[in-house]
Write a protein that binds this ligand. Sequence first.
Ligand code: ASP
Length: 324
Amino acid sequence: MSKRRDFLKKIGISSSLLSLGFIGSCSDSKNVSSNSQAQLPLFISTWNNHKANSTAFNTLKEGGTVLDAIESGIHVPENDPNDTSVGYGGRPDRDGYVTLDACMMSSDGNAGSVTFMSGFKNPISVARKVMENTPHVMLSGIGAEDFALQEGFEKINLLTDDSARALEEWSVKSKYAPKINAERHDTIGMLGIDAHGDLAGGCSTSGLAYKMRGRVGDSPIIGAGLYVDNEIGAATATGLGELIMKTVGSFLVVELMRNGLSPQEACKTAVKRIASRYNVDDSQVGFIAVNKNGAFGGYSLRSGFQYVVNKSPQTELFDSSYLL
Ligand code: ASP
């Protein structure tokens, strides 16, 4: 375990390697048709999480496992106070509490998750500890917090001045509308595949801004916000968690790939399923997926969803294709 800590420290020191990354852009259709002959390793993340992806790529390059890589990558938005959808600086619930959700899955099919957890900057790492150090998959609320303390994580106040101010402004109208519109938000779901074709994934979020206290979204739910099957592929989701949970979205995408669909077609089919069953007015949902060969894709309900891919230290940004 200490070997891993040393390793992550090393990654921190070499963070200047991030500057190797750049943001490119190309059409989704180009991506879909050109990635059947995949170059590995590969990382793909929701939204423009380019620093997270470059960090993951470099962690792998420096000898970490694909799981180490994903954990280190997801730390980037979790630690960023300006990222208001993940970790420290995440928007609070309507009572002023920042509560975080996260999960991880490894190539051996193991899974760990924390939900409704306050006071810890890196829920992804606590989720990993749940996976590796307990006989359980999910710890929630006070139990997750007690476990994080036992594991040596530092308790901090996650509510930044900026988030407190934003809550005050929101409280003037207190209009509770648990919808996610097409605007950008930054929940990170990251999938990785190493040079041997082994897959892993992680997902971390502060969930819907001004949600009801106790609300948990799709992001920490294995099968909804994330699913990894090392024989087939992996998928992760962002957007209105309620829609993703009701359709077990990420599991659905992986099962569609099992039935022969490409990652892109699988994401599209899952989005269509959601749109055909539920009222999706003002909602956004986006999926990304990668298969065992390293082909990848993404698809969303509406325009505006983006994802980033690294097949080298350089990051490519894709505008997702969309349904509506
Ligand atoms: N899926 C997340 C949730 O519902 C939110 C997001 O992706 O922005 O909690």
